[in-house]
Design a protein around this ligand. Sequence first.
Ligand code: ATP
Ligand code: MG
Length: 591
Amino acid sequence: MITRMSTLFLRTLREDPADAEVPSHKLLVRAGYIRRVAPGGFAWLPLGLMMLRSIEHIVREEMNAIGAQEIQFPALLPREPYEATGRWTEYGPNVFRLTDRKGADYLLGPTHEELFTLTVKGEYGSYRDYPVMLYQIQTKYRDEARPRAGLLRGREFVMKDSYSFDLDQEGLTRSYRLHRDAYQRIFDRLGLSYVIVAATSGAMGGSASEEFLADAATGEDTYVRSPDSGYAANVEAVVTPAPEAKPIERLPAAQVHYTPDTPTIETLVDFLNTRAGLGRTFTAADTLKNVMVKVRQPGGSEWELLAVAVPGDRDVDMKRLEAALEPAEVAVISDEDFERYPFLVKGYIGPKALQDNKVRFLVDPRIVPGTAWVTGADKPDHHVVDLTCGRDFVPDGTIEAAEVREGDPAPDGSGPLIAARGIEVGHIFQLGTKYTDAFEVDALGPDGKPARITMGSYGIGISRLVAAIAEQHHDEQGLVWPRTVAPADVHIVLAGKDEAIAEQGERLAAELDAAGVRVILDDRGSSPGVKFADAELVGVPTIMVVGKGLQKGVVEFKDRASGERTEVSVGEAVDHVRGLLGRVSPGRDGR
Ligand code: ATP
Ligand code: MG
């Protein structure tokens, strides 16, 4: 195909859009791939749509190759199936809900477990029917609290979602493995650098779950890994190793101290070490920070107070806290809340007032019986020292809410963790029977007895991938696409107004097209400078300049990624491009 810049529906921009913060968002808008329509909603312009289709194509090939079959559901879905699994309520404000003219409730599908499960139940009944894997590539809707970064977090976005249905765990393990392998092939073909990490299963429910995170400093997810053991996990899924409980008998009794003007951990530690006269040295890790939040159960109207205690040298990581409390909603408490609960003395909150007032009190797993802490004494300017867990306070349980830091010990004991950021581009789950229980999906066995079907669900963020690839493949001048997803194979710049240039350029474009090469031809009347700048911005991997070189009988090739320039005689130009394609992307249109 030849895409002509003279007629292509494209207007590139020299300036970054005002609302864009991350490189992919800036460049995809500037290079004319997408345009914003609403918060978290984008129009795909021709170049963007070509890319989206290339990604879909690769995903389809790999899904079909593992035997998954494509079907398609509507995005507009009735309430009842989601009511049956509890997700109508659990999803809370993240779901777009609407009412039809007859007053019936609908939602715009955030994910489709319910519908796939019901459909399989409707069609299949015997053990002979199974296993089956089904998928769709479809638009999803989530009323995200913070749509951001362009395509990275949309409220309307394209997802590939697939679902496996098996007779037993062995089958599910196999389906899961097939998907995991297919995902690796997909992300490899897309030219992504990524890691596979242990994940929490969130609103999907179920057990085993892993995420595919594309490496990117701009990513919203933080993961840790242990270089020695291969352990890797999203920080949301990191389980803090708990120390052994210690004997309490000989520990000193708790004492309340007057600690004026010490509302922060820093001021407190400084006071303890310089003015308290305790004859001991304290660090922030010896203090206990009681962080107040409020929690609302799905569908509930009341907020419940919750205290989360963490060692004072760590912050509470809201994403970890949210993951630990899901599907409940969490919010930090406001000044009004403080006023409502006079027993909460800001800056000096301690376990005693919390427990006396029946506030749920959850602690970091490091806070075990026999550990002694400096913490608030529930009155201004006072702290209590040697407050001992298991003796002076008994928590209501533990919670994974403290931030995970680089250098923390790996849960598998293999040494210190390394931290990095990434973009979640895929997520695979072993759901088990959560949905088949809700809808009673059984297969009749050879003995005539019913057996419950077990499920997996597997997502890929197709539209998010466009941005994730852009995050990894760009430079100062613009986008630098991997060949497998680029909107064209070669971008021909006609540099100059000579007849001969236009003539040779047109001829080469036609020959390349005939050879199955996807060509962008810049046949506009613009200056060479403008054309070069646009070619760099648009990001096709090979730029071919037809210009002055013709006098010597050559055209110039520029590799967009390396910047390397090569002169090739006009007669060999087509073969040169074919060589590039053959060498760089052996698996292009097939496997
Ligand atoms: P996140 O943690 O980023 O909100 P999620 O865990 O809620 O994502 P899943 O339910 O696992 O997402 O959906 C499968 C895939 O769909 C994700 O791995 C991601 O690539 C993509 N995805 C999810 N939410 C969005 C969104 N708001 N915009 C674009 N892609 C998304
Ligand atoms: Mg996910």
